[in-house]
Design a protein around this ligand. Sequence first.
Ligand code: T4K
Length: 412
Amino acid sequence: MKKNIDDLAIFGGTPTFREKLHVGRPNLGDRERLLARFNDILDRRWLTNNGEYVQDFEKKIAEKIGAKHCIAMCNGTVALEIAIRALELTGEVIIPSFTFVATAHALWWQQIRPVFCDIDPATHNIDPDLIQQMITPNTTGIIGVHVWGRGCDIDALARIARQKNLKLLFDAAHGFGCSYKGQMIGKFGNAEVFSFHATKFFNTFEGGAVVTDDDALASKIRLMKNFGFEGYDNVIYIGTNGKMSEISAAMGITSIESMDGFIAINYSNYKQYLSELEGFPGVSLVHYDESHMCNYHFIVLEIDEAMTHISRDSIVEILHGENILARRYFYPGCHRMEPYRTYFPHSGLLLPNTERLVKRVMSLPTGESIGKGDISNICQILRLVLENGSEISRRISRRNAAGYDQVPSYGE
Ligand code: T4K
């Protein structure tokens, strides 16, 4: 246990962890059952193209959400692209900039302009009060993102979409297993899109899905994810290849069996972080409203440098030195990434809350691969840093001024 700032790895100490601790380490279900399913798939020689496992997986996901249709896909980004195309979005679509860049790219990839809207700093989600002013005659839709799995203001977004005759899609990449006002996320808007990427609490290696109650939209999306084929030799839409493989579906079915266990571990980790980091001025852990269902997948710390006297980036650098690979999701905001920063260099002027938040947040490791002892050690390092914020900041500045090497970069 480190008691002194000289023990920190960035000042020459030995890293707390020998192995790197990742944010987004995959949760694995029952290995035996998974391998039995893999063997079955190999024995039957049916590997993809709407196989039995995919059909079963889709049925199970739709049941969990209480939705009519689930169309499984190869990943969340392609699922977004297909949903966007099936909804016939064009021109401009309003989205938050505080999201993973896939939300914006799924639009731009199809020559649709993402119009970045600011967030509510209390929820980190798109602020519906600001949407009205972003609507132009070219606006065709809104994509809300349930950041950290906390439902965005769905009622307000639905009201605006109705009044302005806009399509409403949700990027629910973080929201599987979460609810909003008594209904599962996946039930809202014209459709919702999940990601089941390896780094999500529930994964299919790579994977995603569109979930909707709209029969016509569901059939269109089903055709579009298979090149637009309606039966043999007959193509009726422009389509692509968005299909989920049988191996991914088998992983998904195995993950569903362990899902409650994953959530229980995430919840217990969240509670431990909360109790061990309580009471530091300028530091807050993103809270989950326990009256909703929640997957507790993200442990997000918000740092107010004016009070901690040490920046978020210095804290991340120190953690990386200790082999705790904290991440700055979603730094620097989509509007500061290409091609958006070149095309819309001034969009940050309308995004003050986003600009502020991207400099304050960091995600910490959680999930089944992180033990109670690991969390205690992570929090102990954080407490040491926060109790000595000014002194550490001074030493980092002196070190940087003297031109010493910094800890290897943590990925811009
Ligand atoms: N919308 C939103 C709001 C999203 O957050 C995402 C994805 C999407 C849409 C798109 O869905 P997908 O097309 O991905 O299904 C990661 C994930 O790749 C991405 O899925 C996720 N959001 C995003 C928040 O995080 P990176 O670029 O940060 O990944 P990477 O390679 O740095 O990995 C993250 C950490 O996980 C690393 O420390 C290593 C660890 N890791 C990763 C993998 C793949 C493992 O320990 N094992 C693994 O197998 O994007």
